[in-house]
Design a protein around this ligand. Sequence first.
Ligand SMILES: [Zn+2]
Length: 270
Amino acid sequence: MIAKDMPTFQSFELPKWEVITPHTQHRLLIKSMLVQQEEALKSSSLSTTKMLDLINKTVYDCLDSREAPFDTVDGFMKNLTLADREALIYGLIVSSYGEEQDFNVTCNACSKNFTEKASLTQNVDIKLYEDKDPILKKKVDVTLPVSKYTVQLQMPTLWDEYVFANSRGVSPDVLRKADDYLVVKQLNMPAVVDPKKPDEVKMLAVNNIFEIYSYMRNMSPRDRKTIYSAWKENFGEYGLKIVVGTVCPHCGNRSDMYISMINELFRLSQ
Ligand SMILES: [Zn+2]
């Protein structure tokens, strides 16, 4: 009789990559995805909401350890921002697929396609938020020039995005522009309490992201622009940016290509 026991295969370690989340400054080790996780990303007919859920879940499952506040998915979402997630996806891509990637480029001068080989880690620019006050606690009040409403700006978390994405009536199209609305934590609108006393106004606070979005849609673009400028001025452009310089082999045109980590993750997993 020949023993038909399964041989003991040598085990292997999954590659890991360390990421410092640029907004919240957590040092996190992220390990490579498994093929089964990659397969889940392949189901491409997902709605934007489902896609965000899947991305958050994949990144969460690939954390090498999950200490507080990351011991639950809710804790993970409430303590990280969208830019933090972008940095974690970067770590996930490097640990899962390596530093060198082939990028498909369409030349913006001659419209021909070519492939550019580039290193993610050599083309990354990471700007960390380094103020003493934690970015998630920072609040900025702004008075809007046209409506005279005031808004309180605060850095949105993955949780804010989740709540907004799952609000009834939010279409994928709205979700794509969500960054403009998510930054408003509170909208204060003067309201007349007693119709007999039109001059007596009380500030009415709106905190629900979807309601804020509904009111903001009926405001002047000048108000929206004011929010955007205040946002840029106070919260800056911290995060991770990957820009790959490309040279078209057909016409010699030089160009810079900005790489979105979410798009890159879906492209590589197909
Ligand atoms: Zn060209």
